[in-house]
Design a protein around this ligand. Structure first.
Ligand code: MN
Length: 496
């Protein structure tokens, strides 16, 4: 599985020959210090590689083309320490195919009022050098984000780390493969979509595998492989007391067997996400429940009923949040609490919710499943951890994709769920339940989503800019009238 640390970013400093060799030496010295300090920051998730000072059009074009073809490079970070005439950047920027961040920073923090002279002014001029660069990237409509502030500032580094995580997930997405066992659920619209366009726009490929391909691997899983996975389950989860413990353990072992087989197939095919469909389980004894949940906990993307778009988004957001506090799961808006003053949304799924979002110790339980006509599946049951997060959905609007997010506050349920045999999270969506729900439905986003408590909306703002996909956010400031306008304006902007 790809890790964030597999990637790096190239640091490009723009300048020109006008200031003489001494000034350029200082530009280089300062840039190297900035790169070193950023690399030493605990927040920065992957290595930044210093590249030489760029002072003319051929060297800029050559460096950007080299960044494009370096498969470990997840993007370029540009900084104009001095003034770098932007016509020199046109050929390079035209070729750019990697994410780009412009940092508008400065080597010094304080203006040295008493000592500064024109040499100082000529060296420390990112205040206008970065504006020249901003003009050309704006004029050429290059996808980019700008982060301003001193490079040692905590907020600056936090935002830079967010952008880097978003860029890494976007670049990894260009070769993301989502294995589909079966098609999407019959007659369901929102889980379907244009797989070719997803590959063109996001790089996602969605290969189909017959369930028989999986069953073949399931049948070859050994008892000792199952034994060691059961030990892993026991470390992380409680196994609930069952009336018939032998039957329950048998069902849990069956899920372990399915998990091992799915992971083998994913690894063999270089895939990091998958979907299942309870209408297509020929030869499998149970609907994969615990198996999907534990694979999600390992970092794989997953969604039910053939929903490959959500599976891809689960994998994408898991990668963005790698190593951060909080979790990320496939989720479904299930049922509401509509009591006055206590309007909540209960998210769950038939079985498959990722234990990374759990607030209590998850428990493995075996219960019958009314749908699908298969043997009682083992699943992990828990309550979602209270705290802030957001739900995210990617919608296929026919000619393009749209990402919809909603900030939510996950809460502890006011009463115990005594009989509900699936993992769940109860949340209070922002700005309030009614506005959020109406906006979500107006946006066309469906019942499946990705719930993350490891990230905030800024990651999606960076990500949507990099992949050039619309992002409609439902947050504390949303009103329906403004949201409808945004929807319609965006339809105009994104019209092809
Ligand atoms: Mn579903």
């Amino acid at each position: 599985m790809k890790r964030i640390s597999d990637y790096n970013f190239w640091f490009l400093t723009g300048s020109q020959h006008l200031y003489g060799e001494d000034a350029l030496k200082n530009v280089e010295k300062n840039s190297k210090i900035i790169v070193e300090k950023l690399n030493n920051s605990k927040q920065i998730p992957c290595r930044i590689i210093y590249k030489e000072i760029l002072v003319d059009s051929p060297s800029i074009e050559k460096t950007i083309k080299a960044a494009n073809s370096d498969e470990n490079c997840a993007g370029i970070i540009c900084w104009m320490h001095t003034f770098s005439p932007a016509k020199m950047w046109i050929n390079g920027l035209r070729a750019l195919s990697k994410p780009m961040l412009q940092i508008n920073t400065q080597f010094n923090i304080k203006i040295p009022y008493k000592t500064m002279d024109m040499d100082f002014m000529n060296l420390n001029q990112s205040a206008h050098g970065d504006r020249e660069f901003g003009f050309i990237t704006s004029r050429m409509d290059i996808p980019r984000s700008v982060i301003a502030g001193h490079y040692e500032n905590k907020l600056f580094q936090t935002r830079m780390a967010k952008w880097m995580r978003a860029a890494t997930a976007a670049v990894a997405g260009r070769s993301l493969s989502i294995v589909r066992f079966g098609d999407n659920m019959r007659d369901v619209a929102v889980t379907d979509g244009d797989k070719i366009e997803a590959m063109v726009q996001l790089g996602w490929s969605v290969p189909y595998y017959g369930i028989g391909d999986l069953v073949e691997i399931v049948n070859k899983v050994t008892e000792s492989e199952i034994d060691s996975l059961i030990e892993e389950y026991k470390k992380d989860y409680t196994i609930a007391k069952h009336e018939n413990p032998d039957f329950a353990m048998n069902q849990i072992r069956e899920q372990a067997k399915i998990e091992i087989a799915i992971e083998k197939l994913l690894i063999e095919n270089n895939a990091e996400a998958f979907t299942t469909n309870f209408q297509d389980l020929h030869g499998l004894n149970q609907l994969p429940g615990l198996a999907c949940q534990h694979l999600m906990a390992k970092g794989y993307g997953f969604a039910g009923e053939g929903d490959w778009k959500t599976a891809a988004m689960v994998r994408t957001l898991k990668m963005m949040g790698e190593g951060l506090d909080g979790g990320c799961s496939f989720m479904e808006d299930y049922t509401y609490n509509l009591e006055e003053g206590k309007l909540y949304n209960l998210g769950a799924h038939m079985l498959e919710v990722c234990p990374s979002i759990a607030g209590d110790k998850p428990s493995i339980e075996v219960h019958p499943l009314g749908i699908g006509d298969k043997s009682d599946p083992a699943r992990i049951v828990f309550n979602g951890k209270a705290g802030e997060g957001f739900t995210c959905s990617i919608v296929d609007l026919g000619t393009r994709f749209r990402i919809v997010t909603n900030d939510v506050e996950i809460i502890d349920a006011p009463e115990k769920f005594e009989k509900l045999p699936v993992a769940r999270a109860l949340w209070n969506p922002l700005p309030d339940f009614l506005t959020s729900t109406e906006a979500w439905i107006l946006s066309g986003a469906g019942h499946h989503n990705t719930l993350t408590t490891a990230l905030d909306i800024e990651y999606i703002e960076f990500y949507s800019e990099i992949v050039r996909v619309e992002h409609l956010a439902i947050d504390k400031n949303t009103t329906i009238s403004q949201f409808r306008k945004e929807d319609r304006w965006n339809r105009g902007y994104y019209a092809k």
